[in-house]
Design a protein around this ligand. Structure first.
Ligand code: VGL
Ligand code: ZN
Length: 193
């Protein structure tokens, strides 16, 4: 946690907690290996952002039961994060303050987007709040974290990737490391463990 201490938060910073939902945790429908390891790390960041009065967005994968990314529709994934099911709930161990903004994505049948900025009000909300730098952690490194970070950079935000607070699905071994390399090459600054 040394790096966590060294970073000085400032006005214009916001935290984005990506998809820390039961279905992505061990035992879930689309379990990310060690997905639960991100929870204490992100709880520490949530506490820091909350204490500083800075914005916190908690995103969630929020799919209709016939979503295009599910196997039955020819997609790559087993059904997961179906709207209003227990698997779509945030981890019960995630300490989200009542002030956190909840952002739902993938809510339309044909909306496969893996970015939290795609088809959501997140960019508008951040613009209204004067957000310039986003700190991103959560699940999964190689899908929603990757695409959210790349979109954030394209939209002009500075990005700090909370490397201790992300875990990868790893459909192919090495996908997580490759995703981190891609995010860094695009301009994200990785904060160490
Ligand atoms: C995600 C696979 C399918 C993610 C969402 O949140 O990274 N991955 N749907
Ligand atoms: Zn999904």
């Amino acid at each position: 946690m040394a790096m966590t201490e060294e970073i000085r938060l400032q006005p214009g910073d916001a935290l984005v907690v990506v998809d820390v939902q039961r279905d992505f945790l061990p035992g879930g429908a689309l379990a990310v290996p060690e997905g639960d390891a991100v929870v204490p790390v992100l709880n520490a960041w949530i506490a820091r952002f909350a204490a500083a009065g800075l914005p916190i967005a908690a995103t969630r994968d929020w799919h209709p039961a016939d979503h295009c990314s599910f196997l039955a529709q020819g997609g790559p994934w087993p059904p997961h994060c179906v709207i209003d099911t227990p698997g779509a709930a945030f981890s019960p161990d995630l300490d989200l303050p009542a002030t956190a903004t909840i952002v739902s994505k993938g809510t339309r049948q044909d909306d496969a987007g893996y970015s939290e900025f795609e088809g959501t009000p997140l960019h508008r909300q951040f613009q209204r709040l004067g957000v310039r730098r986003v700190f991103v952690g959560g699940l999964a490194t190689d899908y929603c974290v990757l695409n959210t970070v790349l979109d954030a950079l394209r939209l002009g935000y500075e990005v700090r990737l909370l490397t201790a607070g992300v875990r990868a699905v790893e459909v192919q071994p090495g996908d997580g490391a490759r995703a981190i390399a891609t995010m860094r090459a695009a301009g994200a600054v990785a904060l160490g463990d």
